[in-house]
Design a protein around this ligand. Structure first.
Ligand code: HXC
Length: 514
């Protein structure tokens, strides 16, 4: 048994280190509306579950007066714990200790817990709150970042990796979150940028605040770097717990089952989609009308909102949903929505999550801006991601499936396992008006009454092509179903594809257009 004296000494040492950067620095942290690193860990993990590693690690820097400084825990807290009873690895940078700056030992604490999470196959959660590379440690700090990026990449697609930005995350520090699967930001607290306002002022002579440059809203609405936005840290931690409830703990695992009730009556699927093809509607209500208890957890809600992605539960299992959103830009595919969908499809595929795709789009967004922004290169990501994915892939065409949009949105040709369509679906190279103007141009121009002729030709085209039956006759659509049959059909498709097994040609890896 340990002597009382030794136990007392341990307690004293622990208490001292756990005070982080001291009372003054903690008060500054609180005044900024932030929790301390230790409070964050305790809030996020199941009560009493945190098991801390490397509490007594100290920095080894000797230059610029560092030999005179003690940095408790070297500015980062690491360890394991549980969320919802399941094990996770976690680190939280402690801004009260040298601004949470990353030196050699700080990085080694992080890489040690990263190695642990990969070896033990459990999610890694990183809470970022740091002034970046510790300037006094020079290249050792840069080396530390490199070691972290390398491990993020190794772990990608093996275990879920979550980044939480709860303070500054500046310079190269941003690239660890960017390499992880999901990034969480909180209003007024998160600040993420490569070059800060001072550099911008010096180089470009422009004045900009940290908030305007890389605040939480910027990354949730403009850059797409963040996947989840919240107004408080508490709300953010609840979001993380919700997200984890949909995920498997590794790529050899399946998500835990959830017992939820049937869809709520308030989402009556027969009345959500207007018959008028030009009328918008919220496709999220279609998703909610087919999931258990209308369960839908949306990802990147405020960025590239012309496509909707997220997790829902069907028959107790996690499903990834990808859906064109007719409310925004008629649900077109463009540069950002292609990036958003492509990455999510690859996530689902890596983690054994079946994908359900709802289609209603006029095609890719036309225009010089999009062409010059690389809509060809970005749009190709969707084709690549669907073609490469080997998880069960189910498609439902709700209304329009025109042109490249039809092919890209998990068509049979990209190896959809099941393609359903509603009776109102239209599968064609383009919409009736556009098609008529092109293929009947001469007839319309030379007609005695061009407008009458145009209408007649539009009608002819609609009867011939603007329906699901031409595609169904070729077997590109497996089944035309009534809206009320949707949930039953999707559940059946999921059930019978539980043991899906397909081979891909042997290769080291593909070359996706990223
Ligand atoms: C060493 C740092 C530090 C750093 C902050 N501190 N950043 N120490 N290296 N990078 C220290 C401060 O000296 C201070 O110490 C304490 O942390 C708190 O910092 P403050 O400046 O007082 O806090 P605040 O006013 O809130 O400002 C926060 C901040 C600012 C905006 C983050 O500190 C800042 O601009 N820091 C530098 C950011 C940066 O340029 N980092 C390098 C990026 S380059 P005392 O002892 O006074 O309490 C980079 C390259 C990585 O990261 C490349 C990887 C590929």
């Amino acid at each position: 048994m340990a002597s009382t004296k030794k136990v007392q000494e341990l307690k004293k040492r622990r208490e001292e280190v756990q005070r982080g950067g001291g009372e003054k620095a903690i008060q500054k942290q609180v005044a900024m509306g932030k929790m301390t690193a230790r409070e964050r860990i305790v809030k996020l993990l199941d009560e009493g579950s945190f098991n801390e590693y490397d509490l007594f690690v100290e920095h080894e820097a000797r230059d610029f007066g560092m030999d005179q400084k003690t940095l408790h825990g070297d500015g980062v807290i690491t360890g394991t714990g549980t969320i919802g009873g399941r094990p996770v690895c976690i680190f939280a940078q402690d801004f009260t200790v040298a601004g949470g700056s990353l030196g050699n030992m700080h990085a080694r604490k992080i890489t040690k817990i990263m190695d642990h999470s990969l070896k033990m196959r459990m999610p890694l959660i990183g809470i970022n709150d740091s002034g970046g590379a510790r300037i006094q440690e020079g290249v050792n700090s840069l080396a530390g970042y490199g070691e972290i990026f390398f491990r993020n990449t190794l772990a990608s697609g093996v275990i879920p990796q979550i980044s939480v930005i709860l303070g500054p995350c500046a310079g190269g520090a941003v690239y660890s979150p960017a390499l992880t699967d999901f990034v969480f930001v909180v209003e007024n607290i998160s600040k993420m940028f490569i070059t800060g306002p001072e550099v911008i002022k010096t180089v470009l002579g422009e004045d900009i605040s940290m908030e305007e440059l890389g605040g939480a809203r910027v990354h949730s609405e403009i850059t797409g770097n963040a996947h989840f936005f919240s107004e408080t840290e508490d709300e953010c931690f609840e979001q993380i717990k919700s997200l984890l409830s949909y995920l498997p703990w590794s790529n050899t695992d399946v998500p835990a089952r959830k017992e939820l009730k049937d869809p709520l009556k308030k989402y009556n699927i027969s009345h959500i989609v207007p018959a008028d093809k030009k009328q918008p509607y919220d496709v999220r209500n279609v998703i909610r009308s087919v999931t258990d208890s209308s369960d839908f957890f949306e990802i990147q809600e405020s960025w590239a909102a012309n496509i909707v992605i997220g997790f829902g539960t069907m028959g107790g299992r996690t499903v990834g949903f990808v859906a064109n959103q007719p409310l925004i830009l008629a649900g077109v595919l463009d540069v950002d929505s292609s990036d958003k969908a492509g990455r999510f499809i690859r996530y689902c595929d890596a983690f054994n999550i079946p994908i359900i795709t709802f289609v209603d789009l006029p095609g890719y967004l036309p225009g010089v801006d999009q062409e010059h922004a690389g809509v060809i290169r970005h749009g190709a990501k969707v084709l690549y991601a669907y073609s490469e994915a080997t998880v069960p892939k189910i498609t439902l065409i709700l209304r329009k499936a025109y042109g490249g949009g039809y092919i890209a949105m998990n068509s049979r040709h990209l190896r959809a396992d099941f393609v359903f369509a509603w009776p109102d679906a239209e599968v064609a190279v383009m919409g009736p008006e556009g098609a008529t103007n092109i293929i009947f141009r001469k007839e319309i121009a030379t007609a005695a009454d061009p407008e009458k002729m145009r209408k007649q030709k539009v009608q002819e085209y609609k009867e011939k092509f603007a329906n699901p039956y031409v595609a169904a006759a070729k077997g590109y659509i497996d089944s035309v179903i009534e809206p009320w049959e949707t949930r039953k059909s999707l559940l059946h498709a999921l059930e019978v594809s539980g043991e899906k097994s397909v081979g891909m040609p042997a290769k080291k890896h593909g070359i996706p257009p990223f």
